[in-house]
Ligand binder design. Sequence first.
Ligand code: NAD
Length: 345
Amino acid sequence: MGMLDLIEVDGYEQVAHWRDDEAGIEALCAIHSTERGPAIGGARWQPYDDRDAALSDVLRLSEAMTLKSAAAQLPFGGGKAVVIGDPMAKSEAQLRSVARFVDQFEGRYLTTTDVGTTTDEIDLLAQWTPYVVGTSAGSGDTSALTAVTVLAGIAATLAALDGDPSAAGRTIVVQGVGKVGSKVARALADEGATLFLADIRAIAAAALAAELGAQTVSVDESIVAPCDLLSPNALGGVFGESTIPALQARAICGGANNQLVRDPDDAALLDAAGILYAPDYVVNAGGVISVAQDVVGWSFDEALAHAECVGATVQEIFDISARSGITTAQAARQFARSRIPTAAS
Ligand code: NAD
């Protein structure tokens, strides 16, 4: 059946814990804000160490979704669900239980794919709950528009370095060559960048490098390689006290979520090191822009046009940062919060 318990958390509209012993599942959902519209955010499926680790992740991720949708000027709030479990060992009973959990919010939270969940599974969920977006019958794979916003962010970041948005002749390291990173790498190669590719799936990086005439580096080397721009498109937590002093990139702009280990402290470290950081949730808004096709009925071309505007937003955030003497991460937060009625003051 499933048991729902509410958890009071300051600053969040609703946080709920779900336990279904029959299906063998434990999950959490946080609705950070519905001020701009329904709280949209994927369902992450991960073997967290314990419930506290899952709770802190869902809180952090749902707030980031509020900021992401606000910065992208979408009529959505922010939410997220996390399932504590092995993503490779899901049962149909567990997926049905997740659908029942999502149903409890009666449309205030809309779910989609995230780390550990696939479009096929989201399609299954959609058979059991209407509160699903990004299905294959709808907007489908979000990575195409995410690559568009990452590339728009990269052009704005390169322009902020020295006035030229072009990747031609630039040295760029792409970390992670999955759905987003491979599309970003292909477009940068077409533009004439000198590319270095890294992935824990070394074979995938080598195959793409061979196709694009790029070189490969190990994941560790990708962090310290001298380059104009480092584009993280794998997992989060890349930039922290242990990695920032070793960085030799002039700028960072990529699609991975939660790139900073500690935001805002690590943004200040990057700033002090003279490394220009394009805030991740602004740059990777293409995913949530893509699902706007399902929620507000945009055509693909309308969503694409919206995605291309992310370059101007990144530029504006750099301008706010320079004008106000604050980090780009602080500027992004200020920009996003100014678009959320009760957070603006
Ligand atoms: P993906 O799973 O298709 O690709 C991730 C790639 O990173 C894989 O090739 C994987 O082997 C590699 N990888 C994993 N750990 C790594 C590590 N430690 N070092 C180097 N490579 C590593 O995922 P994706 O859809 O391309 O998403 C990439 C990132 O972008 C994720 O952080 C995701 O949360 C974020 N993001 C994706 C979308 C989207 O629309 N797909 C939207 C917004 C944000």
